[in-house]
Design a protein around this ligand. Sequence first.
Ligand SMILES: [Zn+2]
Length: 468
Amino acid sequence: MTSRKLIAIALVTGFVLTIGTYWYQSSSGLEAADANWPLGTMDDIAALRERDDVNVLFILIDTLRADRLGAWGYERDTSPMLDHLAGNGVRFARHLSQSSWTKCSMASLWTGLYPARTGVLRFDHVLAEGATLPAEIFREAGFRTGALYRNGWVSSNFGFSQGFEVYQRPTPRPMKASERRDNPSATITGSDSDAVDDAKTFLNIHRNDRWFLYLHLMDIHQYVYDGDSALFGTRYSDIYDNSIHRLDRIIEQLMVYLLEEDLLRKTLIVVSSDHGEGFQERGFEGHARNVYREVTEVPFLIAFPFQLESGVVINERTENVDVWPTVLDLVGLPAMPDTDGESLRPQILSGGTDRALESDSEFAFAELDQTWGRGDTAPAPMVAVAADEFRFVSTSTGKGREELFDHSADPLETENILDEHVELGAELRSAVATYLDSSPPPWGEETPTLELDEMELNQLRALGYAIP
Ligand SMILES: [Zn+2]
């Protein structure tokens, strides 16, 4: 199917959802659509650096596993809009988040540094003022910067608002009656629709400016779904899929808005997630407990101000620490200092065939301090290192444990084959030791901490975390 047909389908769905019965209006909207989101080429990607009209929209979808999206091979049709964006842009097929807990993971995503270097590992840690964050670079370059976030772990008192002119939670609107009925235990108010509504306000105010907008969406984390569209069943894991499908519709509404406002042809769209979600693979549901594949393999896609005739797929392993080095490079802005991640622009421009990554990216790391939520307990780092088809996982709690999985033979990574690969095990054990002994970040050794008051602790507990 051609990309024109696909966008046509996406748009018809969008218009039917948003305009209801005005079918003829949607048809006329479609013709405008192609002009408003034209076709582009690799040369157009290379030339993004020269353009002075490109905005950047970053959609962070909290708690999204890559393997639950159609474009990443899921058999259920959970994500037609995200699939469309990936299919006409760049899809990073094997992408790793740096932790399974939002704050630790987002600190790495924003700084391009591994958790061992950001030092943001425990519930009261703060991302240091000395860190250089992408929003500061955008603002320095004259972009208007805004963020609408729905997860308290990235609130400004944890250091995440650096560089943003607007950094706020969206105004909660009442949920639809059917959603209220289906989500009686929804513990945080509002929905991701509120973030999209407030995003439209931001975009409206800044329609004549260049802007960088970050949306941190939470409905999948909260399993918010709508019984009217509960396509995939009612088990815990099915509801997760229902929730992805519902959120995909919300993102589609935002895309239709960008199209109608003629913003799509001047916006670079970046989508990623901070971590995945476990579904009994290790005996429990949720995240922020370990760093196995199901909680760290997340999607990453880039859609351009134009559609590629056929999308690019990057099959080599990439990481959230690469996201901002890549995006800043694509739009020609200065790089962040001394990152562990690197720009993937060369691989993109080669159409996914250039494997010339630098040698230090042979390994990809994820880390979680398993005692992150406890007051004065000693740190207990759990570290995973991925190398080719293998993942080595080192756990330091109790007597300690080491596991080695071969993804090619064991896609769910449940069979520990360390005993059969002693030499590889030794190499990866040493990589973990080197990782844990990483040099300090550009801003120095000290990780600031924050005294949380009871109200702030309660807001975080409402997300489902056991903290003191
Ligand atoms: Zn999260």
